[in-house]
Structure formats: structure tokens, C-alpha cells
Ligand binder design. Structure first.
Ligand SMILES: C[S@@+](CC[C@H](N)C(=O)[O-])C[C@H]1O[C@@H](n2cnc3c(N)ncnc32)[C@H](O)[C@@H]1O
Length: 233
């Protein structure tokens, strides 16, 4: 009896601690230091992921490393990101690219990121739906670029849930005259549910429509590259 009362009390303590943490995070989100708070969390997040036996959903730090690795491997100096959010990826890799375009749908987030990177003249935050503004960004590119596609393709609070957006964007990028390299985050979400394509469908669509490209997935990131390119680099 005492045991169950104690457990119930412990549960309540945990729940309220979690609520306090959530409220604290919401408060912090409204301040300019939220980016620093999130950046500080990347290392504990990474070690926690290792401790849990490296589950499919990988931490942001690993994704930052993948973006840097592909930029270096393919000699790409331009990065295009869809979905800026709090600008964590831009902040983490901005010194390694000569030009960065990051597209954000939510005006408040785009304005915040524009302020955050005001001194980084090589960073441009573009406000809009990535499907709509991508042609404008593609037209600005002087050569091949690295694309980090991460704009909540599998549903995002307040988003339109347009299931065709991902394939429309992939089509635009891969039909463009330059041999761009594409990284797509959250590949595990291509699971055929809620009208989403499966990973296998996306891979076979890309490899049949664009036979010069190969598609692999590692650490929850789909990687679309020109066959044979970057090998031995
Ligand atoms: C998972 S977060 C992106 C994280 C960020 N790329 C990073 O690596 O730190 C997804 C972001 O995509 C934005 N987003 C959702 N739909 C979008 C769209 N159609 N066009 C542009 N951005 C979109 C959301 O507002 C959100 O900020």
C-alpha cells in the first residue's frame, strides 16, 4: 500500500518536473539565447543516443557531421537547406560553406534566423514554402550545391501536409543542370503510411528517372549522389 502511494507520488514528481522543463523551454524559445541552449544540448543528445544503442533516429550532431562530410567529399561550397527552424544547422556549418541559402516557411522563424545571421553576409534566409521558392534559389546557384532537405515533409505542426512536396522538390533539384548532392533527413519516415511513399519507392523512382544518381541511406539520412562521384575522395 505504502509502495503504491510512494510510486504514485514519484510519478507526480516526474510529471511536474517534465512540465516545468517544458514550460522553461517554451519561455526560452522566445529569447535569443535559445539557439545557444539547443547547441549545448547536442553533445548530451549524442552521447545519450550512443548509450541507447544508436537507434534509427539519429542526433543533430551526427547530421551536422554528415552535412560537413558531404560538403568536403564533393567539394561543394554552397549549401541549400529547406526548413531553417532555429538555424542550428546553419550555425553549425556556416564557416565551411561560401554561400548558404536556408528556406523557412514560418515567418517568425525566418525573421528570427535573419536577425541571428545578420552579420554572416554569405547566409541568406528565404521566407516561403520551399516548393514555391526553390526555383528562385536554384536560379541563383553558380554551380553544384549540397541540399539539406529537412522541411517537415512528413507533417509539421501548422504545415499543409502536402504529400507531393518532397517528390516535386527532388524532381526540381535532380533535373537542374548541375550535379547537386542531396541529403534528406528523417528517411525512416518514408514508411508508406498516411500517403507517404516508402523508402524503396523513392529509391527506385530516383534511380530509374535519374540513372546517373545512386541512393543510399545511413543514420536516417538519405544520400543522393552522382554515381562514381566523390569516390576515393
Ligand atoms: C525539422 S525542422 C528543420 C531543422 C533544421 N533543418 C536543422 O537541421 O536544424 C523543420 C522546419 O521546416 C519548416 N517547414 C515546414 N514546412 C516547410 C515548407 N513547406 N517550406 C519551408 N520550410 C518548411 C518548419 O517550419 C521547421 O522550421
Amino acid at each position: 500500500m505504502l509502495d503504491s502511494a510512494f510510486c504514485a507520488h514519484l510519478c507526480l514528481v516526474f510529471i511536474s518536473a517534465e512540465e516545468i522543463l517544458r514550460a522553461f523551454r517554451r519561455l526560452l524559445q522566445r529569447t535569443p539565447v535559445y539557439g545557444v541552449y539547443k547547441a549545448l544540448g547536442h553533445y548530451p543528445d549524442y552521447w545519450y543516443w550512443i548509450l541507447r544503442g544508436r537507434p534509427t533516429r539519429s542526433p543533430h550532431l551526427l547530421k551536422q557531421r554528415v552535412v560537413l562530410e558531404y560538403g568536403a567529399k564533393f567539394g561543394l561550397k554552397t549549401l541549400v537547406e529547406t526548413g531553417t527552424y532555429y538555424g542550428e544547422m546553419v550555425a553549425a556549418v556556416k564557416t565551411r560553406f561560401d554561400r548558404i541559402y536556408s528556406i523557412e516557411f514560418v515567418p517568425a522563424l525566418a525573421e528570427r534566423a535573419t536577425r541571428k545571421f545578420a552579420r554572416d553576409t554569405h547566409v541568406r534566409i528565404v521566407c516561403g514554402d520551399s516548393r514555391v521558392v526553390l526555383p528562385e534559389v536554384l536560379a541563383l546557384l553558380p554551380g553544384p550545391a549540397l541540399f539539406w532537405l529537412d522541411a517537415g515533409y512528413y507533417g509539421w505542426t501548422g504545415g499543409s501536409g502536402d504529400q507531393q512536396r518532397l517528390s516535386a522538390e527532388l524532381e526540381m533539384i535532380l533535373s537542374h543542370p548541375f550535379p547537386h548532392v542531396v541529403l534528406l533527413d528523417d528517411a525512416r519516415c518514408l514508411n508508406g503510411q498516411n500517403g507517404m511513399l516508402t523508402l524503396r519507392e523513392v529509391k527506385s523512382y530516383i534511380e530509374s528517372k535519374f540513372p546517373a544518381r545512386s541512393v543510399t541511406v545511413e543514420y536516417d539520412v538519405m544520400r543522393i549522389v552522382l554515381r562514381g562521384a566523390g569516390e576515393g575522395a
